[in-house]
Design a protein around this ligand. Structure first.
Ligand SMILES: [Fe+2]
Length: 296
């Protein structure tokens, strides 16, 4: 099935604001430079339509996921109170950033296209956990580009491949909740994934020194270090857990394990990346875990 793309967002105000302008549009456009933000409806378009009130009050993201995934349009329409439009659009674009084509000078190349195709081909998306892994890999890559506009080729490839080991160890069921030592389990996951990433990248035409650097980054991606690119990968991966994976994680593992995971993931976030969580719509139970862990 073809992946959706999001190239535009239409903001439709339910009432006129005092000035007639939707506040915050310039900042939203700056944050999402590859998305055309238009303050007008698009009559006749088959856009997925997301209402501000529905988005902020929904118990889950399932209905929005289904509507965006099945849309044949390359734009979204967000409608509601003018004061809430850009905040909602920002949260929606974050939730669905895996469908936005954001790259930089290091990833705008035919060899990167080849890597993306090879990476996608490793994933059997008929398996829900594997599909979730593919979505998370792309989402982590997109977070990385938002955090560091000039992220290197190796860093971006490490974002894409950082969890590749899960395709072997956890394609049908997750096992991390059974690990007697969670940190040691994650270190093994990182080391094994690093070897696999280097092998796949060499096969897809990435030069040996870049592939070797990716191996280094993936091998140490589970904790912060003195290496700025390892920290960048930690930030992107942790943000993706919160913005994309956390509701599915909570449904699969239950509240006790989710609270542990939230605490573990929070420790991987630097202060600058932590501030980005303010623009992320978290599900109510996940937000509660986050507040509990931060207060502890
Ligand atoms: Fe990850």
């Amino acid at each position: 099935m073809k992946r959706p793309t999001i190239a535009g967002v239409h903001l439709v105000a339910s009432t006129r604001s005092g000035s007639g302008l939707v506040p915050g549009v310039a900042a939203l456009a700056e944050e999402h430079p590859t998305v055309e933000i238009v303050c007008a409806p698009r009559p006749g378009a088959s856009d997925a339509i997301i209402g501000v009130d529905a988005w902020s009050s929904a118990a889950d993201f399932a209905a929005f996921e289904a509507s965006v995934a099945s849309s044949t349009s390359d734009a979204l329409t967000i409608c509601g109170a003018p004061s809430e439009l850009t905040r909602t659009a920002g949260e929606v674009l974050t939730r669905f950033q895996r469908y936005v084509d954001r790259r930089n000078e290091a990833s705008e190349s035919p060899v990167f296209d080849a890597v993306l195709a090879a990476h996608a081909a490793l994933h059997d998306v008929d398996k829900p956990l594997v599909k979730a892994d593919l979505d998370h890999a792309i989402d982590t890559w997109q977070w990385m580009l938002r955090l560091e506009v000039h992220a290197s080729l190796a860093a971006q490839l490490a974002a894409l491949f950082h969890d590749i080991e899960r395709l072997e160890s956890e394609p049908d069921r997750r096992i991390e909740q059974h690990a007697p030592d969670y940190a040691a389990f994650k270190e093994t996951h990182a080391r094994r994934g690093a070897e696999r990433a280097e092998e796949v990248l060499r096969g897809a035409g990435i030069d040996p020194s870049t592939a070797s650097r990716v191996r280094e980054l993936v091998a140490s991606h589970e904790r912060r270090s003195r290496d700025a690119e390892v920290d960048l990968l930690n930030d992107a991966d942790a943000l993706s857990f919160f913005s994309l994976n956390s509701p599915g994680y909570a449904d699969y593992f239950g509240p006790e394990q989710t609270r542990k995971k939230v605490a573990y993931t929070l420790r991987r976030l630097g202060a600058r990346a932590r501030a980005r969580l303010d623009g992320v719509r978290l599900r109510a139970d996940v937000r509660e875990h986050l507040l509990f862990v931060e207060a502890a």
